[in-house]
Design a binder for this molecule. Sequence first.
Ligand SMILES: [Zn+2]
Length: 342
Amino acid sequence: MQRGGLVDPAEILHEGIVGQAFAQRMLANMIRREMIPHAALLWGPAGVGKLSLAKSFAAALNCTGRGDSVSACGSCSSCRLLASGNHPDVRVVEPDRRNIGIDQIRDTIEAVSYRSYSSKWKVWIFRHADLMTEQAANSLLKILEDPPSNTVFILTAQNLYSILPTVVSRCRLVRLSLVPQETIEHLLLTRHGVSKEQARIQSYLCGGSVGAALEACSDQSLDEGRLAAIQSIRDLAGKPTWEVLAAAAHVNETTKGLALDRFLHILSYWYRDLLICRTVQDMDRVANIDMLDEARADSQRYSVAGLIRRLRYIFEAQRQLAANASAGLVLDRLYLALSALD
Ligand SMILES: [Zn+2]
């Protein structure tokens, strides 16, 4: 549930989804006004609840026990079938290996041509619709141009601009955004039984993705990787070049294979923590709360300008990585730069 009283609780489509009031309200209004589009495109970053929202929309459409509510009841036969993953009229199409191909769209065309089993609506959810081949997208476009009745196609995607514009133009766009840190912290504490310390740490480090936070909370090795990542940069200053390059070369081993973008994200949060300790000293905003003593001590070793320069080097490394630079080179350059700073 949203905090701050901004959202009328009656307009929330599904209580289990957090931080997406705008998208929830849009979909809830479609149900309330009975203006169901033939196609909707739910787009936004990874791990923010696109599939969950698509499923709860499908559940609400077919629920026979919700009365005047816009949220599915969770106990009628349609809701139970959906929860078990066996609903004959609600299907999720996932990319086959690397993309959604023409065969998967052909199967869909065939399936939607049958009469629905018992449901009011057939709902076809295409996950990662941005991975649809051009051929598949053109085939889907043909259905969208002449849509079968009582059928809704829901596409979910991270990258709107990788989808055929003609397909996008046929869809109602529903934007999902990154979830605020405090919302995720509250969710981890109240619904997932995560410890106070881990809820704080992971809600900051997940970058607004509930999915990433839940993954980090359930996988101990990811958290060990975080601690190793931070340790790897704590004593770089003044070390000989060969030792710095050796540390950069062993990042993968020491951080247990943490993805490089996540590794850089963790480093940026460490220096952010040091900046907080060095300046505002608002400890409620420190992410790596389990390393507060170390953060306080390290923050005194650098100037504010030095910490900001370190953050800039990390942002530059993130930019290079996004531009497909070699991971090894990015790390060598970053570690050398960090070691050369005062
Ligand atoms: Zn129901």
